[in-house]
Design a protein around this ligand. Sequence first.
Ligand SMILES: Nc1ncnc2c1ncn2[C@@H]1O[C@H](COP(=O)(O)OP(=O)(O)OP(=O)(O)O)[C@@H](O)[C@H]1O
Ligand SMILES: [Mg+2]
Length: 301
Amino acid sequence: MSAAIPTQGRPVRALPAGVPAIEAVDVSRTYELDGVSVSALRGVSLTIAPGEYAAVIGPSGSGKSTLMHLLGGLDRPTGGRLVIGGRDVATLGAPELAALRNETIGFVFQAFHLLPRTSAVDNVALPLVYRGIGARQRRERAAAMLGRVGLGHRLDHRPNQLSGGEQQRVAIARALVTDPAVLLADEPTGNLDTATGEAVLELLERLNAESGVALVMVTHDQEVAARARRRIAVRDGLIRSDTAHDRPLSDGSGGPATLDGAPSAEPRSVSGSGPGHPSGGSGGAAGATGRLPRQAPGGVA
Ligand SMILES: Nc1ncnc2c1ncn2[C@@H]1O[C@H](COP(=O)(O)OP(=O)(O)OP(=O)(O)O)[C@@H](O)[C@H]1O
Ligand SMILES: [Mg+2]
């Protein structure tokens, strides 16, 4: 059921020219648990450019969700430097980081994380409360965003009155209502059946193409990852490969491209051994198509 879902809408707000949406330099994250240190990330460098579409793949426990939480400012690194929307998170207090997150990042999770007793439109409007936007305008913007994800007829339904795919579309609308530069999606189709997941994936891809929001998506599905123009493989807390592709692998004609666009037989490994929660608005100045050129904007150390 891949019925087209309308997504017409305004482009995301532009970041200053040349500013990456997110830049991580030799970032690590160690959890302390009952006196034991768990090194979930061990020195990861990568850059997310405005408008790009990247898939993050890797085995369970390899650090994908930890990485997404860091990239989105839901968590802070224990080492390295993390710059979101041009601002070093180490220089920000908690309220400033929350405001930056609200301006720059949208999150979509596998388990939707909607407020259960709250209508679809009020769930979507929530990030706008933190912007100090008045109630009427919040509702108008939330309703318009729900229209863009094909749910203009479900504004007052609560989550338990919606299907799984509809709930995830509400979550996507909530993530995008603030016009973020980056949409971080952690296995967004993981709780959905194949057909519903495909529709959600198509919606995410169309929003990326139309609005220029950068899409960074964790997936266990190799076929899904093959559709992204960039694939970031994580293993044991490190990036093992970071490759850009002219065309999706699935069409059989596109292969990995090097930084200058020449075909390359090998994935480009960028930081394998190098030393190295929810949402908000602004944007990738990725142009009308939001299409990345062929360079992997990834953490070239
Ligand atoms: N809050 C925490 N405290 C302690 N250890 C943690 C915490 N969160 C994650 N970890 C550990 O960090 C490692 C990376 O976890 P993470 O959730 O990032 O993996 P993942 O790649 O997202 O896995 P999955 O594909 O199963 O979602 C795992 O070994 C995990 O047990
Ligand atoms: Mg995970």
